[in-house]
Design a protein around this ligand. Structure first.
Ligand SMILES: Cc1ncc(COP(=O)(O)O)c(C=O)c1O
Length: 415
């Protein structure tokens, strides 16, 4: 069995099946390039996450808030709405899309960075949405937006703080601490010394601070566990200080980051241990919270989607072999072009294992050297017309895709 096989991706008679349908038949029916998402796999992922957090802690609810930036497809939002998740939205347009899909305002939290007053006005048109501020400097803008809209009802507020340490699968996805490993200053969150002053200012201005939030980064695997739990400790400590200062919080939001496995050599993030750690620490903290929140994006969606592309021809040049396909990374699966460390497994869906294997680079149709889905991959020699499946394409693929070279963004089907 291949390491990536699961209930969604199965091999039968040397062909790749997506749930019960052969991938190359789906490709024939709908054309390529094509994203294919599995409803069942999204729900399986959600179920696993819920099981991890299912330890009974009387009076403490676990909210799963889907980070819709991972994939805002309306059909996916509907699936998660029916399954009872909340929403993490990071732009006014995401707030509007979530609301349009049916999410009640009081299950949406807006977390914005570099926000304008106009952005806040759009968000506050949904009065029950919780606003998660990312900077002390945002508070005046928020107050100005509220005044312009003559909103009397108190706005529910959370504060995204920066716990001083972060973790992600690469520098560009570390979102807390002072600088990411490559030295980039990190723009997110309110630094520790400003948390209490922010709560005081919010209260003075008539806002209703109800929560504290942190998000360390994205794509955690086993080695990220020690940092993740250290950040939990820091969150509990500062929440206790807020309580002592008279702020009783309704929830602590521990952000996203929970990584699925993208490559064979990665070890899974110990989700159950992490969940147990949070629940135990919260229970023994005396904080009397109503809820804890997890904000997964990748965990719910990444392995529930693939991109199907067609091989046009094989090309040899200076000793390199290329499978030239009818899609470009930037328009479809941009992660390998954006993050050097990002890896997506590529499977020849038309002949998964059989025949002689070759080493080749899967090259896209854009005018850019970085437009390769994968370099030097070993797979059964593809033929012109074969369908390749780029795996783990459910999260941060369609939502990050562009029209570079005026190439269209592929269609999407939900099976
Ligand atoms: C505030 C916030 N929450 C949650 C997430 C989701 O992260 P992931 O998809 O790694 O779970 C992100 C991702 O960037 C984020 O910025």
């Amino acid at each position: 069995m291949n390491w990536w096989e699961n209930e969604f991706l199965k091999v039968k008679n040397n062909r790749l099946y997506l749930e019960e349908q052969p991938a190359d038949e789906i490709a024939k029916t709908y054309g390529t390039p094509l994203y294919v998402y599995s409803r069942k796999q999204i729900l399986r992922n959600l179920q696993k996450l819920r099981e991890a957090f299912s330890m009974e802690k009387p009076g403490l609810e676990t909210r799963i808030a889907y980070a819709m930036k991972a994939n805002p497809h309306p059909g996916i939002l509907k699936i998660l709405l029916r399954a009872g998740t909340w929403i993490d939205a990071v732009s006014p347009s995401e707030v509007e899309a979530a609301h349009k899909a049916g999410f009640p305002e009081n299950k949406i939290m807006f977390t914005g960075t570099s926000i304008s007053r106009e952005d806040f006005e759009r968000v506050l048109k949904h009065p029950e949405v919780t606003v998660n501020i990312d900077a002390v400097e945002q508070i005046d803008l928020l107050a100005a937006a509220r005044k312009k809209l003559r909103r009397r009802k108190p706005v529910r507020i959370s504060v995204r703080w920066n716990p001083g340490l972060g973790r992600g699968f690469c520098s560009k996805t570390v979102t807390a601490g002072s600088r990411s490993p490559d030295g980039t200053p990190i723009k997110f969150g309110v630094e520790e010394s400003q948390v209490l002053p922010s709560f005081r200012k919010l209260k003075r201005l008539g806002f209703l601070p109800v929560g504290l939030h942190q998000h360390l980064g994205s794509g955690w695997t086993e080695e990220d566990f020690p940092v993740a739990v250290k950040a939990v400790d820091r969150m509990i400590k500062i929440a206790k200080e807020l309580k002592q200062a008279g702020f009783r919080l309704e929830f602590l939001d521990f952000g996203g980051g929970l990584g699925p496995i993208y490559r064979k050599d990665q070890r899974r993030f110990p989700l159950a241990e992490y969940a147990a750690y949070i629940l135990d620490k919260v229970e023994s903290s005396g904080l009397e919270l109503k809820a804890i929140v997890a904000e997964p994006g990748k965990y719910l969606l990444a392995n529930a989607g693939v991109l199907l592309v067609r091989v046009e021809y094989l090309k040899k040049s200076y000793g390199n072999l290329f499978a030239c396909v009818n899609a470009g990374t930037y328009n479809t699966v941009p992660r390998p072009a954006i993050y050097e460390e990002a890896y997506h497994e590529i499977v020849n869906a038309s002949r998964v294992d059989g025949g002689k294997k070759v080493r080749l680079t899967v090259a896209g149709h854009l005018c850019e050297t970085g437009d390769v889905f994968g370099s030097e991959r070993s797979m059964p020699a593809p033929r012109s017309g074969d369908i390749l499946a780029v795996l783990m394409a459910g999260a941060y693929c369609r939502s990050m895709a562009s029209n570079f070279n005026l190439r269209p963004i592929p269609g999407e089907v939900l099976i």
